[in-house]
Design a binder for this molecule. Sequence first.
Ligand SMILES: *[C@@H]1O[C@H](CO)[C@@H](O)[C@H](O)[C@H]1NC(C)=O
Ligand SMILES: *[C@@H]1O[C@H](CO)[C@@H](O)[C@H](O)[C@H]1NC(C)=O
Length: 388
Amino acid sequence: MKSSFATLILAGVPVAFAQVKNAAFGFAAGTTGGGTATPVYPTTTAQLVSYLTDSSPRVIMLDRTFDFLQTEGSTTAQCCSDNRTTKCPGGTSAGQLWIGDTCDSGTWQTCTYWNAPRKPIDVKSNKSIVGVGSKGVIRGKGLRFSGGVSNIIVQNIHFTELNPQFVWGGDALTLDNTDRIWIDHNKISLVGRQMIVSGWGKAGRVTISDNEFDGRTTWSAGCNGKHYWAALLIGKEDYITLAGNYLHDLSGRAPHLGTDNAASVVHAVNNYFKNIGGHAFDIEKNTWALLEGNYFENVDTTLTPNTYTSGGQTYFIQTVADASNAQSALGYIPEWNRLAGTSKAMNPITSSQTLSKFSQYKSQITWSHWKVENVPTNVLNNAGVGKV
Ligand SMILES: *[C@@H]1O[C@H](CO)[C@@H](O)[C@H](O)[C@H]1NC(C)=O
Ligand SMILES: *[C@@H]1O[C@H](CO)[C@@H](O)[C@H](O)[C@H]1NC(C)=O
């Protein structure tokens, strides 16, 4: 999504984003990552880890595949097969086995999984991690932003193969006690657990823009060839812009927002949800979510029934009245969401508490929106790797 970059140049602000394309907008506006540090080009996994975890601001360019998958060996253990994820009679894919110590409602089964995907790299502050063309791939490893680190940009990287056969096999990106994270133009595929997860600590100010969440898998907890665990955003102080993303072939948590100890303000705008064989949004308590200009195509469940009863506050723009009723709080006329293909009609949900909440954050939500009818074309042209 093109943002306020042109405005920054016009205003004479120095452009401090060497190798990073465009500038962070939305809640993570002002995130500069490694800034003007001289770019470095790691050639080995060890060098990549060293650049990510040292205390210097860095612009780290990825021009190859960093293959971590077998670097820490494997574990053979007992995994749980239970009917939540592995009984797929007549399904179009196998399910996922659970890695863990309990198996109350299932049966134990011998399993072997890779160790590296289960231990993310703990990235330090002030880093830009940027793929070159479509060459930047991290295989079998995720990144974690925790322990108070801040100001990190992840752009144009493909994260893939984190034990997709196993629930708890690995998360791609974890935000837990952090701030100012911009996740832009990446692709995430074939993970075991979450593609992005925030919690239990705060995620702070985050923009998740123009990413491809590719859920196609042969190990689906939904038994339908679509990954279930897409994005779980339940941090205790989260301000998240979710814009221009392509979420496809998923079956759940696409995304899930909020829980008991969360506090999440989420602006989801101009995302393209396609072939969701399950649910897109599942919104729970302690969440204020503004959903506008999103395009839902062949989505079984746009908002879970839970979203209506959990106490989470959702404003979902569906009608002209929904848009005009939001105008004074937002300072602009928001765009409506569209349900297309086989997406089922849904009941209205328009929380005035969400509008009050967003009226406090007007400066983080103003940029030129796409008209909803242009979302599929624009998202397919922009989202994922090799596009920025
Ligand atoms: C799954 O197993 C549990 C415990 O054995 C049972 O209560 C539940 O009904 C089963 N669900 C399905 C869908 O078979
Ligand atoms: C990150 O950069 C900011 C601004 O230059 C600086 O104040 C801060 O100390 C840096 N953080 C680390 C951990 O180096």
